[in-house]
Write a protein that binds this ligand. Sequence first.
Ligand code: GTP
Ligand code: MG
Length: 447
Amino acid sequence: MIPPDTIVASATAPGRGAISVIRLSGPQCMQIAQILSGKTLKPRIATFGSIIFKSEVIDTGIWIYFVGPHSFTGEDTVEFQGHGGPVVIQTILRSITHLGARLAKPGEFTQRAFLNGKIDLTQAEAISDLINASSSSAVKAANNSLQGHFADQVDSIISHLIALRTQIEAHIDFPDEDIDLQSINAFSLTISNIKTNINQLIHSAYEGAKLNRSAEIVLIGEPNSGKSSLLNALARAPLAIVTDIPGTTRDLIRHELLIDGLEVRITDTAGIRSTTDIIESEGINRAIEAIQTADLVLCLFDERHQQISDASVQNLIGIPSNIPVGLLNTKIDIHREPIDNQTRYPLLKVSAKTGEGLIVFTDWLLEKLDLATHAETPFLARQRHLDHLKNASAHISAADNHHLAVETIDLVAEDLRLTQNALSEITGRFTSDDLLTSIFSTFCIGK
Ligand SMILES: Nc1nc2c(ncn2[C@@H]2O[C@H](COP(=O)(O)OP(=O)(O)OP(=O)(O)O)[C@@H](O)[C@H]2O)c(=O)[nH]1
Ligand SMILES: [Mg+2]
């Protein structure tokens, strides 16, 4: 194996700031720090000093040295806390690379922590998810994953699987011996329990995965129905142009909104009508496309409608397949006559102008998007985790479906092996280099 080289990066966000942290990891870092500081750093002691390169002081700050394996990466690590100016940082990085380190790739520090066994893959991913968390619930759930709550549950299922496989494979090694009924019943019960545990974990992972992205809400309606006004009222900013000319909005206008600490993305669209205007019809096409990936489509109706039928909804969004739909009666400050809702979709009333109904509407949004329940989400999950869990579930179900006997024991053993592999991919014990590269490449530099 090639020994690791020494990597360096600024660990703080780009731009100007009070302090920046430059981080080095690898075998040469102490030597580089000694040359630049002119000091022998004591492990885990903050040492005040300068960075002197080619006889010039570049910066002055605090040096901290961690001796591997007792560091984040598991290697010797040095951190320098200096002044947060982009030019200072670039000059420090140049001096360090001149002395033999190389600039780190995105996520490379965390990747080294994973490769050195300091954290498993779910914890590595949780670090990135914590940084990117879009809500307070996501922060809580990412911290749970970082502390190993998710990995612990996966590992617990794996340890039951290993115990079961050991017993079952012992029977394969001695094929002449019959398996007694008691063993068969015990094995079958364990397989069924493992299946239940995996399916429960899938349920939690679904909840956790929802937190990893903002919910998409699309506003749809005829021209002038009040879509842009509603977006502006929710954003409390004049993001979209509002006029009484039908067909004002042409492009999609997106805004990330925090409701009770949860991030949702609202998209304002062009009013739906038949038109010969090329720009407007392109806007309508984009609106229709946005519907396809939405978590919730809100159809807006103003005072021009006395009743809303399935046909009125279809005129706007076609036949809704499995996308949740909600109806909004807009401009209730000028028209209070109730609209007759003949559809199965819920109808809410709002005024973008006075703000009436907006609190009830946003509370309803959280419930509708099933986001309110996330307060108790035990861990943050990614689509990758769900895919592996579903794979594991398919293999354990296959094992469960074989009628366990001497003739089928090979098949059951193979399905159990595949179940274990699928679960091990989650924590990274059984993972290809390609997957690791794709996971860590989405991290920020210096993490
Ligand atoms: N009184 C009142 N007027 C509103 C309200 N919401 C929108 N309007 C008015 O209705 C007109 C159209 O509003 P917009 O928000 O531009 O409607 P839109 O659905 O975005 O229209 P297009 O972009 O053309 O599709 C404007 O004159 C708004 O001032 C409301 O809650 N109350
Ligand atoms: Mg508009």
